[in-house]
Ligand binder design. Structure first.
Ligand code: PEP
Ligand code: MG
Length: 592
């Protein structure tokens, strides 16, 4: 929604470009996050745990190295003045990660003292820093800070520690960090955090999704941001253009404040659509539901006029805690969400961790994988650890006694997996009934995410095994095109309008319609008005998106006619060229 372009200040405007992942404009004070970790636990480990502990440490070092290499590659594209400052620093950190003194020292400490890796890292970093300071040379002593930073980087990977610093933020803060995990983002309070900017992260990463669902303007992939911005300076985050402006002059500031005001006005106008149905001009009804990442998102869902929850990502219950939530605890949270939807259906997806969404509570259960996105995640983990799944299913069934729920399974790739879950579900239902526990009656519908190309290609067979399909176009795009959705370096290649992705969507929708079961789209394209004519034209009648995105999608649907949209979708499906597809779609949207 580009309302106007900011006037360029006559003086040098310091601006950095990245990927705008959450539209909106924030003006506030920079708060640069330090990655320091205050406390790490120290405990003794059993002799047979020593080798796995060393493996865990090596995996953390590997991740830290990859992170540095990535930052280094990205830094090459920066202006020389920035590169001169950032390059040597990253090189120094990279060299330390390769250094045998640090890595060898930690491994030796784990072996000889039988302590956990975190404690060993802290001990060795402490020794190295003290050694540097003891020489009495100012330059060497200052290198101690680098050693600490490298140690913290390793510790963050070992503990997957989120930034707890958010609790002390003053209102109007703009968080600036090298990287924010979905768990970090979940801790942000939108009434305090006006916006954020990070050096790493792509448009459909879960961090980006959370920013959109909280309505926090955000720009990711701004390489120099964490080193070039100081805490306390004034910042503008333009989440639409993907740009941050440091210490703006009064004219620029006034321009942006006007743009922010215009956005607010538009938001108020859209609010009038809240109680109106999403019906096309030729009478086709489309159900609009909300994606919910955190319990508080149900307020946004209501505000946007959602007809229910099309995707409840339950991962939040497993993040930022050292242990697993009990059945009672999960039930209490789910019940609260179900009740807050006041009779509207809630589609609860079972745990989808792994890949970039790591849950601290799961710890060792998810072994380190060279390709986490292809590893033990989502339903694969659930079927390997059926107790986890049983506990969650029991909590969902119990919450279903307080309002309508549906169960949704992530990352399904075969009919065998659906059948295995049905067997487990029947067992849990029987156990709860035996114990006379109140559960949903009838047993909730069981649906599956179509987000793996293999699942889309066998959607007809899968549709016979379940009650509804939900197209997860974020992962479907990633796996079809072999492009990491969270990697800003290949963000330009990530394109849900690629004909291969569209054919899989079309095939899935047709399979659902042939089998007489509902199909929805709950990936991020559902919340982008640009895609609405294409999805409606392909036969999709249910869309689930961030509550904040709902009004604009509804407005677009109410302006379009399904007949012409279907014809345009057919024309689009005849194309092989991504640019031509985009042009056909944009041309259709312009006429609305
Ligand atoms: C998807 O992959 O499109 C999806 C909705 O699931 P998630 O974004 O949680 O992976
Ligand atoms: Mg997914």
């Amino acid at each position: 929604m580009k309302t106007e372009t900011p006037r360029r200040a006559s003086g040098g405007l310091v601006a950095f470009d990245g990927i705008g992942v959450s539209a909106g404009i924030a003006v506030g004070t920079a708060y640069v996050l330090e990655s320091g970790i205050a406390q790490v636990p120290e405990f003794t480990i059993a002799p047979d745990a020593v080798e796995p502990e060393i493996e865990r440490f090596r995996a953390a070092i590997g991740k830290a190295r990859r992170q540095i290499r990535k930052l280094r590659r990205k830094a090459e594209a920066l202006p020389d003045s920035v590169l001169e400052e950032l390059g040597p620093l990253l090189d120094a950190h990279g060299a330390m990660l390769e250094s045998s003194r640090l890595a060898g020292g930690v491994e030796a400490a784990i072996r000889t003292r039988s302590i956990n890796a975190e404690a060993a890292v802290q001990a060795v970093v402490g020794d190295l820093v003290r050694g540097l300071e003891a020489v009495g040379d100012a330059y060497l002593a200052s290198r101690g800070q680098d050693v600490r930073e490298v140690g913290d980087r390793i510790l963050r990977h070992l503990t997957a520690t989120p930034y707890h610093a958010f609790s002390v933020l003053p209102p109007g803060s703009i968080v600036v960090a090298e990287e924010l995990s979905p768990a970090d983002t979940a801790l942000m309070d939108p009434s305090m955090v006006a916006g954020f900017a990070t050096a790493l992260g792509g448009a459909d990463s879960h961090t980006a999704i959370m920013a959109r669902s909280m309505g926090i303007p955000a720009v990711l992939g701004v390489t120099a941001v964490a080193t070039r911005v100081r805490s306390g300076v004034q910042l503008i985050v333009d989440g639409e253009a993907g740009r941050i402006i440091v210490d703006p002059d009064p004219a620029t500031l006034a321009d942006y404040r006007r743009m922010a005001e215009a956005r607010k006005r538009l938001g108020r106008q859209l609010e009038r659509l809240r109680t109106l149905p999403a019906t096309t001009t030729d009478g086709v009804r489309v159900a609009l539901l909300a994606n919910v990442e955190l319990p508080r998102d149900t307020d946004t869902a209501h505000h946007g006029g959602a007809e229910g929850v099309g995707l409840l990502r339950t991962e939040f219950q497993f993040m930022n805690r050292p242990d697993l939530p009990s059945e009672d605890e999960q039930y209490a949270t789910l019940r609260q969400i179900v009740e807050s939807m006041r009779g509207a259906p809630v589609t609860i997806r079972t745990l989808d961790v792994g890949g970039e969404k790591l849950a601290t509570a799961l710890g060792e259960r998810i072994a380190v994988s060279a390709n986490p996105a292809l590893g033990l995640r989502a339903i694969r983990l659930a079927l390997k650890e059926p107790k986890l799944l049983e506990t969650q299913l029991a909590a969902i069934l119990r919450a279903g006694a307080h309002g309508p729920v549906r169960i949704l399974l992530p990352m399904i790739s075969s009919v065998g997996q659906v059948r295995a879950v049905r067997t487990i579900l029947a067992r849990v239902v029987a156990r709860l009934r035996r114990r006379k526990v109140r559960i949903a009656s009838p047993v909730p519908a069981l649906g599956i995410m179509i987000e793996v190309p293999g699942a889309a290609l066998t959607a007809d067979a899968l549709a016979r095994e379940c009650d509804f399909l939900a197209l997860g176009t974020n992962d479907l795009t990633m796996y079809t095109l072999a492009i990491d959705r969270g990697d800003e370096q290949v963000a330009d290649l990530y394109n849900p309008l690629h004909p291969a992705v569209l054919r899989l969507i079309q095939f899935t929708v047709e399979a659902a319609l042939r089998n007489g079961i509902p199909v929805s789209v709950c990936g991020e394209i559902a919340g982008d008005p640009r895609y609405a004519p294409l999805l409606v034209g392909l036969g999709v009648r249910e869309l689930s998106m961030a509550g904040t995105a709902l009004p604009r999608v509804k407005q677009r649907i109410r302006r379009l006619a399904a007949g012409p949209a279907t014809q345009r979708a057919r024309a689009i499906m005849d194309q092989a060229d991504e640019a031509r597809i985009a042009a056909l779609l944009d041309d259709f949207n312009e006429g609305l």
